[in-house]
Structures are given as C-alpha cells and as structure tokens.
Design a protein around this ligand. Structure first.
Ligand code: PLP
Length: 443
C-alpha cells in the first residue's frame, strides 16, 4: 500500500467502488447506515485502501474494533497459526486450551480482585444478552435499569436496553418488559438544565428518591447497566462521582452493576477498561469490539459467585472460537505491552491540540473524551448549545473526500476513535484535515 496517507487519486466513489455500491444496493440489507461510500480493499495500521487505490487515514477503526490497527502482523500471525491448527471445536461441548487460557487472562486484566468467570459470545450484543440472563438467573429478579442515550446492541434483549436512537427500536416492539430508562448525566447538556458544575448527582438521586418509591420496587431490580463512557449516544464522559453512586445504590439494594465496555473497553480510553478511571468495579463487565482486533468475540466477565448457572443454562456454538481467542490473546498482549499507554499518550496530545477549538471555531460547542475516545460536539450557537447535525454530517462527508475516515455519534458529535497504534504524525494529519473541513462548513 502507498505510504503517503491520505492519497486520493480518483473522484469518490471511484469506478470500481461504484460497481460494488450497485451490487450492495441490490442485495444487501437496507438497514445499514453508511455515511459515505467507502469500499475498502485492504487495511494496514491506520491506513485503508479502497478498491480504486485511494488511501485513507482511518480514525474510525471499523467502529472502534481494530484496536491494534488493521492487520497487525503479530495478530495476523496468531490467526494464521491457529487457523492451521484448529479452527473450531465448540467450547460449549468440548475443551481446548485457548478458551480456558483467555478466560484466565480476562479474569486477570478486568478490575476487581476476586474470583471471576467468563462466558463467550460472538458480538457485543450477544455478550449483553448473556449478562441480562445471568443477572436475572442469579438474582431471581426481572427488572433492569438502563440509561437514555446508551447503546447495548440490537438483538431483542439488548435492544430493550438500548436507547440511543428511536429508529433502532421503532417497529420492533414489544421489547422486554421491566426495563426502566433514566437520563444519562451529560455535563454539557444536562437534561435537568443544570450547569456543568451542578450536573453531578440528579440522575442518580432520582433512583432512590423517586423511582424506587413510586414505580420500580428495588427488590425486583436484577441489574443496573451502564456504559462508563457513553459511545453511540455521543461520547459523553459522565461526572466523576456517577459510577460510584450507582455502585452504592446497587449495593444497598442487592442489585448487580453491569458495565458495558463494548466500545470504551480494551484500552481505548488510555486504561484497559474505562471504569478504571473511576476506581469503581462492576459485578459483570461486558466487552467486545477491540478485544480481538477484528475477529468476532464478545465476553461477559462476572464475579464467580454471580455466574452460578449450571450446565445447559447458557452457551453459544461459535462463542470463543479458537481463532478469535488466538487473536484476542495476541491483541491483549500488544495492548498491555504498548498500545494502552499509547492511547493515553496520543489521547492527551489530541485533546491538548483540540483544547482551543471551542474558542476558535464557532461551530464547536465542546471537545471531550478520554484517551482515543474523543467527541467534538458541533452546535448552531455556542450560547444556546443547539445541536448542529447538518454541520456534523457535512464535516464527515468532506473529511471522507479529503481522505480521512471518521464517524458521528449522538445528535451532532464527531467522534475520533483511531486504532490505538497511531503516532503523532497521524494525529496531526487528521486534525489538519478536520480543521479544514470545519472552516469550510463555518463559512
Ligand atoms: N454495547 C456498546 C456500548 C456498543 O457500542 C455496541 C456496538 O456499537 C454494542 C454493545 C453492540 O455490539 P455489537 O455490534 O458487536 O453487537
């Protein structure tokens, strides 16, 4: 692949891309949301080449999945070697070393110094399903508390918790009963109208002061489930005490606390798991996306005493497939060796450079994030903070035309979620392109 990144040689989409787009248009589910017509042929590190030979700088990472970059040579080697040895066995009915070894590794790297067990699936949603079932089974309670704006997946159980965009739920009801959604604390746009300083405790106070007294008996609640940093909902970093207060409420009422770290986990925020920034430990931690650098794998890691279901209660034919496990073992090794630290370092660098954008760019309301999970909120006016989805969408399209891959989240947020391997040069190029695009939409 060409070393100059980005390098755009054809109009976009190019002639080869247009052929694939026509095929896709005819045969692929129309439910997918493509912001722009990138047709990828290969990827390496933070670069993606399309089918016409155009090379893009990737700050989307397959939606926060290729944590070690595209086709990291050591991950590729691990996959190849495992594929030559044992591709499938089904951990539900047989044993193989990697399943147990990866479970041990995950128990080791997740927060909490207590015995843990791991259940394997193939995606974030599947791991969330396992967490829901486990919480109900263990507590023999059926209600769940989740948060507005959070995304937990699209299978019916996970979708019942998801409250990110109405289109994701419309037409699919009735969903699981017994799910109550509460506002997620957003210091920039507090749903109670509070300032950033005051946006501290209302969202959690409400649970005991009102919810448990009126509509939701606490002793029927199996679990509170939350994203430690909200992903699809807008890359929102909650106030410092939020997770700790949820932990206290859960403990007071015998409720399990589940952290969905599908997007914010696996080193993305500059620590292996985002909840480590707060020191709060969940009873069940769910992660997926970045865990295996692109191979399908989702896991729920639980306190051993919480995972007290017996044989036959839950399983998945492919979950924890040997090739995915091999990719995960190598990914975790690389993350621990250097890329979590790099995410912290590069995140600080990018956030530092973005620090004055809200002052310099009238369209930028706020810059927020941790590590390489960075959101840039676009607004119509800095005074009213009114979201500006049109400007956000234009910036994303323009960035694509200039060779930078980014995606949006929330109502009007640009999200930067590059592979955790990026270097300063990548960051400088991305920010230069982004600033150019912003200036264009601001005219
Ligand atoms: N949870 C979170 C926080 C996510 O961001 C996602 C996907 O974006 C999911 C769950 C669902 O994961 P998957 O798409 O692998 O089912």
């Amino acid at each position: 692949m060409e070393s100059k990144v980005p390098s755009i040689k054809t109009e976009l989409p190019g002639p080869e891309a247009r052929k694939i787009l026509a095929l896709d248009q005819e045969f692929v589910s129309p439910s997918y949301t493509r912001d722009y017509p990138l047709v990828a042929r290969r990827g390496l590190g933070a670069s993606v080449e399309d089918v016409d030979g155009n090379v893009f700088l990737d700050f989307a990472a397959g939606i926060a999945v290729v944590s070690t970059g595209h086709c990291h040579p050591e991950v590729v080697r691990a996959i190849q070697s495992q594929a030559e040895t044992l591709i499938h066995m089904s951990g539900t009915d047989f044993y193989y070393p990697l399943l147990a070894q990866l479970a041990q590794k995950l128990a080791e790297i997740t927060p909490g110094k207590f015995p843990k067990r791991v259940v394997f699936g193939n995606s974030g949603a599947e791991a969330i399903e396992a967490a829901i079932k486990m919480a109900r089974y263990h507590t023999r309670r059926n209600r769940l508390i989740a948060f507005l704006g959070c995304f937990h997946g699209r299978t019916l159980g996970a979708l019942s918790l998801t409250a990110s965009k109405a289109v994701q739920r419309r037409g699919f009801g009735p969903l699981l009963s017994g799910v109550t959604h509460l506002p997620y604390p957003n210091p920039y746009l507090c749903s109670a109208g509070h300032s950033a300083q005051e946006c501290e405790c209302d969202c959690t106070d409400f649970i005991e002061r009102q919810l448990f007294r009126t509509a939701v008996p606490a002793d029927e609640v199996a679990a509170i489930i939350v994203e430690p940093i909200q992903g699809e909902g807008g890359y929102i970093v909650p106030p410092a005490g939020f997770l700790g207060r949820l932990r206290q409420i859960a403990d007071r009422h015998g409720i399990l606390l589940i952290f969905d770290e599908v997007q914010c986990g696996m080193g993305r925020t500059g620590k292996m798991f985002a909840c480590e920034h707060s020191g709060v430990v969940p009873d069940i931690l769910v992660t997926a996306k970045g865990i295996a650098s692109g191979l399908p794998l989702g896991v729920a890691v639980a306190r051993a005493d919480v995972m007290n279901w017996g044989p036959g209660a839950h399983a998945s034919t492919f979950g924890g497939n040997p090739v995915a496990c091999a990719a995960a073992m190598e990914t975790i090794r690389l993350l621990q060796e250097k890329y979590v630290a790099n995410a912290a370092h590069m995140g600080e660098y990018i956030l530092g450079r973005l620090g004055d954008w809200p002052g310099r760019h009238p369209a930028v309301g706020q810059v927020r994030g941790r590590g390489l999970m960075i959101g840039i909120e676009l607004v119509k006016s800095r005074q009213t903070c009114e979201p500006n989805p049109e400007a956000r969408n234009k910036v994303i399209e323009e960035a694509f035309q200039k060779g930078l891959l980014i995606l949006g989240c929330g109502e009007s947020t640009l999200r930067l979620m590059p592979p955790l391997i990026i270097e300063q040069e990548h960051a400088d190029t991305a920010l230069e392109i982004l600033e150019h695009c912003l200036s264009e939409v601001e005219q």
